[in-house]
Ligand binder design. Sequence first.
Ligand code: ADP
Ligand code: MG
Length: 253
Amino acid sequence: MLSIEAVSYNYGKKQALDGVSFHVPEGRFGVLLGPNGAGKSTLYGLLTQLLPVQSGNLSIAGHQVAGGNLAALRDLGIVFQSQTLDLDLTVVQNLRYFCNLRGIGATEAAQRIDRQLGTLGLEERRNDKVRALNGGHRRRLEIARALLHEPKVLLLDEPTVGLDIPTRRQIVDDVHAQAAEHGATVLWATHLIDEVKAGDWVTVLHQGEVRAQGEIMALLDEHDADDITELFDRLTDRKPQAPLKGVRRGDAA
Ligand code: ADP
Ligand code: MG
């Protein structure tokens, strides 16, 4: 569904990605796990055609990612690392505007907006200006917006950065539930290991290289790691540290 093959990318002399290959199977919740500077956002830049493909192949829902190939963008929902909402429009106006851009008619748009606001708990804020929302609600709004056109593939780049732990947990859970309901394939980028849940399809990226990929429990087994902290420390050459709590071997999916 989402496939990346031998992708390298340089910013001038700085190599950000070095022969990156991985995929996310259809309908799976993929986590792109890597510390700051690993190359996650660069990969998102390539997938969304904001950066030109220099070498290798990327494909989304069977469409080759290449300059100007709109088919590869049509099936994509995206939440970027930096916020991209209009602060002076209301919640509903932000969503309606996006529906217009995507060519979704007024009646259908109203239904989808109501459904999304309900699912993400934003119903009561519908007529508030975005400026008045807290960080968690703004992120929820961006997630709602990314799902309005019912994309086959949903990309999120560090969507919980700056949020407190309970809010992060809630958003991680909500997006898992939404993705399952829509049958969407997800790629969720993060440097926070506690955002990985049992059953997720994990790709570990470090210094522009893929260090491991697979279902998280299989990865723990394969690398003989007791938990994801140990796995991540080992694969990213990080000194063992006081861990955030994450999935453990034997957790139920
Ligand atoms: P991540 O999102 O995982 O933190 P990035 O993709 O943002 O990683 O960055 C990967 C590497 O590329 C980093 O070393 C970063 O400093 C470098 N980089 C990112 N953007 C640029 C740029 N516009 N010019 C030069 N180097 C960049
Ligand atoms: Mg980034």
